[in-house]
Design a protein around this ligand. Structure first.
Ligand code: NAD
Ligand code: UDP
Ligand code: UDP
Length: 336
């Protein structure tokens, strides 16, 4: 007869209480800016069960509030520098502060997060046979001597500077990924993320887009760090999340640049923010921090070819979406 029986030898780890999830996905740093948007997208697929691990250094539960209590979602307060025992099929490893203010605040902790944290997630991937994606960074190119940057460029990084905990940390993390791949056959994916912006960025985290938007809304001068001619290329967060998922699901280990090739000087960015958000606001010049890269723009040919991915949201369309979120959180409506 047609009896409903469990499959033979069901793994208790795969047999969830109320439903059968096809894919259990770990997102480290899932309470942060990019991580929480990634979680939103992964949770849209009813076949996914999502486990977030975060120590809430720069992230917050608030970013995940719509999922707390959901039967396919689990949030674990945990620091990735400590070993982690969970059973998962995929690991998106994002845990690491991304804003210079925060990663310089405790540089030794930043290195530990990048090196020991990535080692632990690789050990986990090895034990459970999971595929693991690392969110590396355009900072591995340092203050680049080639422009724009493609994946074959080895970078120009100061090993003993104040940013080194982050950029050298990520370089070691990439090395670990490839050594586990070659030595243990782990399935790896490496994304080199260029500057990303959007709703849920920390309002006072010191990054340029969040600074300028908060300043424009508060009617405080926009602080362009000298000389103001340095460039960055800004990718809207939904485009980034789309790229990360394509990379995870595809067959290429990377590293693959993910970013928006639209390049702006910081002065141009300030002028755009002024025009779109607050035409009355002043633009002032302030001192810069050491080792600030002078130019940065991704070559995304590889992402186009391998992932069929390219950003769809222009800076001038993304900035107003972020403004809306910042106004809500700051409690300053338009025309206030
Ligand atoms: P974020 O600071 O908002 O998120 C990082 C998350 O990791 C936070 O929730 C934080 O609490 C958590 N975290 C930090 N250290 C941890 C630890 N030791 N254990 C557990 N959790 C820890 O930053 P983001 O912008 O969302 O960046 C996410 C990832 O993308 C990072 O790996 C970052 O290096 C990379 N990236 C971001 C950008 C960007 O422009 N936002 C650019 C390049 C690379
Ligand atoms: N690890 C972990 N979770 C696991 C398996 C390993 O956090 O499920 C950690 C482990 O504590 C170790 C690191 O990952 O520090 C690397 O593990 P691996 O097995 O590769 O190396 P070893 O334990 O032999 O040093
Ligand atoms: N920057 C600026 N004003 C600010 C904050 C940053 O002009 O209030 C500049 C900074 O000097 C750098 C660029 O913006 O050239 C990007 O800085 P951010 O910290 O956002 O990111 P990263 O340096 O990691 O690319």
């Amino acid at each position: 007869g047609a009896t409903t029986r469990p499959p033979p030898n069901p793994s208790p780890l795969r047999t969830a209480k109320f439903f059968q999830a096809n894919m259990r996905i770990l997102v480290t740093g899932g309470a942060g800016f990019i991580g929480s948007h990634l979680v939103d997208r992964l949770m849209e697929n009813e076949k996914n069960e999502v486990v977030v691990v975060d120590n809430f250094f720069t992230g917050s539960k608030d970013n995940l509030r719509q999922w707390i209590g959901h039967p396919r979602f689990e949030l674990i307060r945990h620091d990735v520098t400590e070993p982690l025992l969970v059973e998962v099929d995929q690991i998106y490893h994002l845990a690491c502060p991304a804003s210079p203010i925060f990663y310089k605040y405790n540089p030794v902790k930043t290195i530990k997060t990048n090196v020991i944290g990535t080692l632990n997630m690789l050990g986990l991937a090895k034990r459970v046979g999971a595929r693991i994606l690392l969110t590396s960074t355009s900072e591995v190119y340092g203050d680049p001597l080639v422009h724009p940057q493609d994946e074959s460029y080895w970078g120009n990084v100061n090993p003993i500077g104040v940013r080194s905990c982050y950029d050298e940390g990520k370089r070691v993390a990439e090395t670990l990924m490839f050594d586990y791949h070659r030595q243990h056959g782990i399935e790896i994916r490496i994304a080199r993320i260029f500057n990303t912006y959007g709703p849920r960025m920390n309002i006072d985290d010191g990054r340029v887009v969040s600074n300028f938007i908060a300043q424009a809304i508060r009617n405080e001068p926009l602080t362009v760090q000298s000389p103001g001619t340095q460039t960055r290329s800004f990718c809207y967060v939904s485009d980034m999340v789309d790229g990360l998922i394509r990379l995870m699901e595809g067959n290429n280990t990377g590293p693959i640049n993910l970013g928006n090739p639209g390049e702006f000087t910081m002065l141009e960015l300030a002028e755009n923010v002024k025009e779109l958000i607050n035409p009355e606001v002043k633009i002032i010049h302030v001192e810069n921090t050491p080792d600030d890269p002078r130019q940065r723009k991704p070559v995304i040919t590889k992402a186009k070819e391998v992932l069929d991915w390219e950003p769809t949201i222009k800076l001038r369309d993304g900035l107003p979406r972020m403004e809306e979120d910042f106004r809500k959180r700051l409690g300053i409506p338009r025309n206030a």
